[in-house]
Design a protein around this ligand. Structure first.
Ligand SMILES: [Zn+2]
Length: 512
């Protein structure tokens, strides 16, 4: 990204300028963490390489798996229960709008995750035509944890007010092989049982990382022996929690770290939690040789526009449908390819344009502003789904790294999503939606619907076609699981509308 100015088009120039700007935050700490770990433990590079190599086989596996039909799905899939551990000082607590603001932020954050992971984000209309066929449904749902590990009622978050303004550089403590303060009982809030809950800490970063938005410890870090079990989960900057809309609900009051105010920091970090990478594969300013060279290389060697004498093979994200990309894209890019985004300096490999629709800077896994990211690609979606929606033991990737089904256990605890009646807290529409599952999708005939009958009365389930015509209906029977056979219907898109006493939730399904 430096020598061949004469070869650079205006498109590449704009991309170069985006990189040259230094005012952007680091955004996500994964690249920095990887580089620091490699510097300390050179063998960590091979671990990362193995983990990455397991992703496309995992995505391919899931692509086949989900076409096998509902008879392959013998166990219901439920939403992933999230507990937000909020570790902030009193000023930051007030910044979040106090308790009332935190409740609204948690609720809007769950809504954003469910939109983004289920192809329901309203800003998908901004996806260029060339990328639309890659816009994919991960199929993972999320809900607030309403029961804690001791069986007591929970609002889905807990707060610890700490003195001063620091949480000791939060997630980067993994470099120091110490337990991060914010994840330790006493100095912070300890993880809840990570075989059942997805732990998210909302903190303030200090020290050398004031420009950090989030960092993740995935299960492979733990099974690989690189992190303690209690560190598994995600850290995000406290004022990126939730959304000011339009994809979220009422954001409440307090301050927001604009332009990271639409809840996409957690959408991005959750991608890492389910093992996928940045589209450029993490070579860049914090890269670590030999596997992650330090200056935005392309995933091949030879002369490229990125480097006049490029003999180094750069990194890739391990997935086929994210085009080669030299390094992160910031801001809100102006797309310059009709039907696509734009090329960066990795566009030509020999005489072949490897970025015919541009780069995946519109993916949630790039570094663009919250309002400029709109999708997961098919391979990104399938790789994540293989970790979460498939029973463990169905298949394995590279041993111990990104193992298929490794987070399936998080989808097996619907009772944790049911609002405790003793608190008198009724489930919100968002919670109803997040605790409802319709699967498999796509389906070859039978669909299964799981609901929380204890949380809300289900009046009936109605299936309609694209013309709005009712094609099936069953009445609620005060049970948690329903099944409808649609095999006699024409192939195509249908809508499953679940009518609860306090409102309706609709899911789109594909009959194929
Ligand atoms: Zn990241």
């Amino acid at each position: 990204m430096k020598k061949t100015i004469l070869l650079l088009s205006a498109v590449i120039w704009s991309c170069t300028m985006a990189f040259a700007q230094t005012a952007h935050p680091t955004k996500c700490g994964m690249q920095k963490k990887h580089a620091a770990m490699i510097a300390k433990h050179p063998e960590y590079a091979q671990f990362l390489k193995d983990q990455k190599a397991s992703l496309q086989p995992a995505a391919d596996f899931y692509k086949q798996y989900k076409m096998q039909g509902s008879e392959e799905r013998t166990t219901a899939i439920s939403a992933v229960p999230i507990i937000f551990h909020i570790v902030v000082d009193s000023a930051q607590f007030n910044d979040m709008g106090g308790t009332a603001g935190i409740i609204k932020r948690c609720d809007s954050q769950i809504a954003v995750l469910n939109h983004d992971y289920n192809q329901e984000n309203s800003d998908s209309v901004l996806i260029p035509s060339g990328w639309k066929t890659l816009y994919s449904n991960v199929g993972i749902h999320f809900g607030l944890a309403r029961v804690d590990p001791s069986g007591n009622c929970s609002p889905g978050y807990e707060v610890k007010i700490i003195a001063g303004t620091t949480t000791a550089d939060a997630g980067f403590d993994v470099e120091n092989e110490t337990s991060p303060l914010e994840k330790t009982a006493g100095t912070g809030l300890a993880a809840w049982d990570n075989t059942k809950y997805y732990n998210v800490w909302c903190v303030n970063y200090t020290g050398g990382s004031t420009d950090l938005l989030g960092i993740t410890t995935a299960k492979s870090d733990v099974t690989g022996g690189w992190a303690a079990s209690g560190e598994m989960g995600v850290d995000i900057l406290y004022n990126t929690l939730g959304s000011t809309g339009p994809t979220g609900s009422d954001p409440g009051t307090g301050s927001w770290f604009t332009p990271y105010n639409l809840g996409r920091t957690l959408t991005h970090e959750t991608g890492h939690f389910f093992e996928i990478w940045h589209p450029w594969g993490d070579d860049g300013p914090y890269g670590g040789a030999p596997y992650y060279p330090g200056d935005g290389y392309c995933p091949w060697s030879g002369v490229t526009a990125c480097s006049a004498a490029d003999t180094v093979i750069g990194a890739d994200d391990g997935l086929d449908d994210t085009p080669p990309e030299s390094q992160a894209v910031y801001g809100s890019p102006t797309y310059t390819i009709a039907g696509g985004t734009y090329n960066d300096c990795c566009n030509m490999h020999g005489s072949v344009n490897t970025q015919p629709i541009g780069i995946a800077c519109l993916s949630y896994m790039d570094y663009t502003d919250d309002g400029a990211m709109h999708m997961f690609t098919t391979d990104q979606a399938n790789a994540m789904a293989s970790m979460v929606l498939v029973p463990a033991g169905s298949a394995t990737g590279a041993t111990g790294y990104g193992t298929i089904g490794e987070n399936y256990n998080l989808t097996q605890n619907p009772s944790l999503l049911i609002a405790c009646t003793s608190t008198g807290v009724a489930p919100s529409p968002t919670e109803l939606k997040s605790s409802l599952s319709v699967y498999p999708n796509p389906t070859s005939g039978e669909i299964n619907i799981s609901v929380n009958s204890q949380a809300e009365t289900l009046n009936n389930i109605v299936v309609v076609n694209l013309l709005g015509q009712q094609v099936a209906v069953i009445n609620g029977q005060n049970k948690d699981y329903y099944s409808i056979d649609l095999s006699g219907l024409s192939k195509g898109i249908y809508f499953v509308k679940c009518n609860f006493a306090s409102g309706s939730v609709t899911r789109k399904i594909l009959l194929q």
